[in-house]
Design a protein around this ligand. Structure first.
Ligand code: GDP
Length: 407
């Protein structure tokens, strides 16, 4: 009899323990029932993201750095992809960004400062009856003031001198046409300015990966957020990687941008390893099956070596998943020569594939487009023309030059 009672007690205890385990196991998988509305659960960072997660027990083990971990090569989507989270992304109110085509035309008025300095300034000078040496010097100064750069300025002045001489008398229309042509040649119509996101797909289904680099304050994080909108507007799905772990607000800022267009943001612990976050972002992107993973990186320029180590590492680690499609350098157009110095430093650190020039709305120095392309030998792909969510425009040489000289 005693044995029977003992057996019943043991059975009750065992059943109780098992059901407790099941409940707590389920709880883990569930989204918290009443997350505060200001921070939707779906964009909560995966707990302690770290590299090689699926290859090891996620608990207890001390966090390891990227170097210490053997990274898996191309991985199949993990069977335990966070399906609930992926679906829940649809939950918040999602905005529909403006189409990207024609954005530069829409925003052309924002280039008015550059237009007055560069376009109208040049046209006025070229319309003078006598184009003497002093006038040509003024034309040269106008171009230099607009940050076109010394070599391109000299080339342009030479070409204009030649063509004006051949032309003889000049009507305003002829002058405008001539200037348009020459400015277009300078800006370049042959560059491929599309933001590439397809390399990974060709190499086996990995999402396209775009890294955004640049010094803090240039508008890097804002631009990453706006670029997510550009991609979404073009019909692509996006995961954001908040690898700028050194600026506390950057991840929040990026997450907010992401939420607006339904893009999931992968975050890491504050001051955590940026490369680890970047790796996890691509991993998440793979699991969710999105088209593009956009990675915002840290832009501290205290020491070049530090930056070099960090950015180089982020890129190398991300490449464990597959090729990086684009490394976009964000430059603040208002910083002139300083921007060019930054461009040089970054180009030594990583292979820049495209330039994003921000704050072109706040400067008369639109000529920086020409100078920076010359400096790096890569095209300006996007330009920022305001603080509005859809004020990032694909760069179109014709629309840009037309805006400068006024049609
Ligand atoms: P980060 O430190 O480089 O990540 O810089 P943020 O993304 O935080 O941007 C710095 C400031 O620049 C913010 O106030 C942005 O709104 C502003 N900004 C970014 N792009 C543009 C632009 O194209 N035009 C203007 N006027 N402001 C911009």
């Amino acid at each position: 009899m005693d044995i029977l009672i003992l057996a019943v007690v043991i059975a009750v205890v065992v059943i109780g323990a098992i059901s407790g385990l099941v409940v707590s196991g389920r709880k883990k998988k569930q989204l918290p029932p009443s997350a505060p509305s200001s921070t939707p659960t779906i964009t909560e960072p995966p707990a302690e993201p770290h590299v090689g997660e699926e290859a090891e027990e996620p608990h207890e083990e001390p966090r390891r750095t990227i170097e210490e971990v053997e990274l898996p090569e191309a991985q199949a989507p993990a069977p335990e992809a966070p399906a609930e989270e992926a679906e829940a992304v649809e939950a918040p109110e999602i905005e529909v960004p403006e189409p990207t085509a024609g954005r530069l035309v829409r925003l052309r008025a924002r280039l008015s400062r550059s237009q007055n300095t560069l376009g109208k300034g040049l046209l006025t000078l070229l319309s003078r009856e006598h184009l003497d040496d002093d006038t040509w010097e003024e034309i040269e100064d106008t171009l230099l003031t607009a940050d076109v750069g010394v070599a391109p300025t000299q080339e342009l002045v030479e070409r204009l001198r030649e063509r004006v001489k051949v032309l003889g008398t000049r009507t305003p229309d002829e002058l405008r046409g001539l200037l348009r042509e020459e400015l277009l040649t300078l800006v370049g119509t042959d560059f491929d300015r599309e933001v590439k996101t397809e390399t990974g797909h060709e190499a086996g289904g990995v999402p396209g990966v775009v890294m955004v680099v640049g010094v803090n304050g240039t508008g890097k994080t804002t631009t990453t957020g706006k670029l997510a909108r550009v991609l979404v507007a073009d019909g692509r799905t996006v995961v954001l990687g908040a690898a700028d772990t050194f600026r506390a607000a950057a991840a929040d800022q990026l997450q907010t941008w992401g939420e607006r267009v339904g893009a999931y943001t992968v975050r890491g612990p504050e001051a955590g390893d940026p490369a680890s976050v970047a790796f996890d972002a691509v991993k998440e992107g793979k699991e969710m099956g999105v088209d593009v993973v956009l990675i915002d990186t840290a832009g501290r320029l205290h020491t070049k070596t530090g930056l070099m180590d960090e950015l180089g590492k982020v890129k190398r680690v991300v490449e464990k998943h597959g090729p990086v499609d684009e490394v976009l350098l964000v430059l603040d157009a208002t910083t002139g020569q300083n921007g060019l110095v930054q461009a040089r430093v970054f180009a030594e650190v990583v292979d820049i594939t495209g330039i994003v020039l921000t704050k072109l709305d706040g400067t008369a120095k639109g000529g920086i487009v020409v100078a920076v392309q010359r400096e790096l030998g890569v095209p300006v792909k996007l330009v920022g023309l305001g603080e509005g969510a859809d004020d990032l425009a694909p760069f179109e040489p014709e629309a840009f030059v037309d805006a400068l000289i006024g049609e």
